[in-house]
Design a protein around this ligand. Structure first.
Ligand code: ZN
Length: 225
């Protein structure tokens, strides 16, 4: 099913320079990418989403903003242009990060707390405070770091869940697209699979697939201008 076109949500797709010019397969993909970007931007009530393609990201992607304007930005690895299902899934995931205001708030607070407590532990060592005080500060730093990592993992689950909703709002089979996208994510190392849930910054692909299978709803915060 073709995505519904958003009539009022301008979106742009840029291939940065001649060295990253799209090949024949990619040229066929780009118009569909622009249309899907527009539909997803409409679904999150964003006035626009700027999408660029970067070959150095390979099949990765990232979402970011600038301090100069409120336009959400997504960078897609050029390899994604060769796989339409994953391209849709990854784009929706990154726009979901924007819509849910991820990477701010709680993560920053825990990271700052971790740095402050770590600095306090170091200062306690330098000025010769009792060992228990050093250990208390170090424990606080580790605890805050683990809390920040947990929030990051939570945000990945939420972005996956919300991306299903966004793709469905665009008239696509969101669950199938996200399942296909996650199936292509490389498996983590054995150690990360065993212990990543403690301090890792991202969930394993298996954990993300289970999250989608359980249909847990994400906390939805639309981008509104
Ligand atoms: Zn993500």
């Amino acid at each position: 099913m073709a995505p519904r076109t958003a009539p009022f949500a301008p979106a742009a797709v840029r291939v940065p320079d001649a060295s990253t010019a799209a090949g024949p397969a990619q040229e066929a993909t780009l118009p569909g990418l622009a249309e899907l970007t527009s539909a997803l931007a409409c679904a999150v009530h964003a006035p626009a989403v700027l999408v660029t393609v970067d070959p150095t990201l390979e099949d990765g992607a990232l979402a970011y903003g600038t301090g100069c304007d409120s336009v959400p930005r997504v960078v897609l690895g050029a390899e994604l242009l060769a796989d339409e299902m994953r391209l849709r899934g990854v784009l929706a995931h990154e726009i979901a990060h924007h819509a849910l205001a991820h990477g701010r708030g709680a993560i920053h607070r825990w990271q700052i707390a971790s740095h402050v407590a770590g600095g306090a532990a170091l200062a306690a060592v330098i000025i010769g405070l009792p060992v228990w005080m050093v250990l208390a500060c170090a424990a606080a730093a580790i605890g805050a770091h683990l809390a920040a990592a947990r929030v990051q993992r939570r945000e990945e689950y939420d972005a996956d869940t919300y991306s299903v909703q966004l793709l469905e709002a665009a008239g696509l089979d969101g669950r199938a697209i996200v399942a296909t996208t996650l199936a292509a994510v490389p498996q983590e190392t054995r150690w990360y699979r065993l212990a990543g849930w403690i301090g890792g910054s991202h969930p394993t692909p298996d954990a993300r697939r289970r999250n989608i299978a359980h249909s847990r709803r994400a906390l939805v915060l639309s981008i509104r201008s």
